[in-house]
Design a protein around this ligand. Structure first.
Ligand code: FPP
Length: 250
């Protein structure tokens, strides 16, 4: 297959349209190393990485993949140098402002998952505005995880459920897997079918631990800024060859 055959705009070549993942989650890793390899500051890797994300979102939309969830900033990422954290917060805000009109036109519904309360107030405003403005869009759901940590999310859900039980609003017997899922940030999305992690690390890094119990994992050595539609195609093709048994014998 030649590279020209696959593009963000065309329908996917050599893929089974009936077996496309409905929800793809991505750990966008390797921005800093990509920049270092080129003698550039780390922030250039994030800038280029944002373009990659835009291209993959558009590809998902055009291929009919219904949900994309991207890990943009973890609860652990606050430990990075202040200048890098500040740059990332500014980048998120700028991108939201720049891209909102196009997302509206393309039918993207954007949502944010994570504890948004410690984010700069101007970013919070932009986040709320973009979620409101796109809330009726239905072509693709785009979830962005910012200040997200999966264990923290589960603890928060447990506290919320415990409060309901203490107030007599919920019976302990009614707590089951579906109910817990409803108390997570991701309550409106199905669980991811495919997780893509770039830059070769074999870790989940506190991302969607509950939701990814049966998710197929695809790891590539490519750094996120170099990840493109050809590689996305390869990830989906690999996913389609997997035998998903969900713990059963088929
Ligand atoms: C991981 O690479 C990347 C991040 C922590 C930031 C990702 C953010 C973007 C690509 C911008 C996306 C924008 C929006 C609006 C969602 P790293 O810095 O950990 O790389 P390294 O492991 O090589 O150091």
């Amino acid at each position: 297959m030649t590279a020209q055959l696959i593009s963000t705009t065309s329908t996917p070549i050599n893929l089974d349209l009936k077996k496309l993942p409905q929800h793809v989650a991505i750990i966008m890793d390797g921005n800093g190393r990509w920049a270092k390899q080129r003698g550039l500051p780390r922030i250039e890797g994030h800038r280029k990485g944002a373009n990659t994300l835009k291209e993959i979102l558009r590809t998902c939309k055009n291929w009919g993949i219904k949900t994309l969830t991207a890990y943009a900033f973890s609860t652990e990422n606050w430990g990075r140098p202040l200048t890098e954290v500040g740059f990332l917060m500014g980048l998120f805000e700028r991108l939201l402002r720049q891209e909102l009109q196009e997302m509206k036109e393309e039918g993207v519904r954007i949502r944010f998952i994570g504890d948004l309360s410690p984010l700069p107030s101007s970013l919070q405003q932009e986040i709320h505005y973009s979620m409101t403005e796109t809330q009726h869009n239905q072509t693709i759901n785009f979830n962005v995880a910012i200040n997200y940590g999966s264990r923290g999310e589960i603890v928060k859900a447990c506290r919320h459920i415990a409060e309901k039980v203490a107030q007599g609003e919920l019976a302990p017997e009614s707590i089951n897997e579906d109910l817990i899922s409803q108390y997570l940030y991701t309550s409106s999305s199905p669980d991811p079918d495919l997780l893509i992690r770039t830059s070769g690390e074999m870790r989940l890094s506190n991302f969607l631990l509950w939701q990814m119990a049966y998710t197929e994992i695809y790891v590539t050595d490519t750094f996120w800024p170099d990840f493109d539609v050809q590689q996305f195609h390869k990830a989906v093709a690999t996913y389609q060859k997997r035998d998903r048994r969900f713990g059963k014998i088929v």
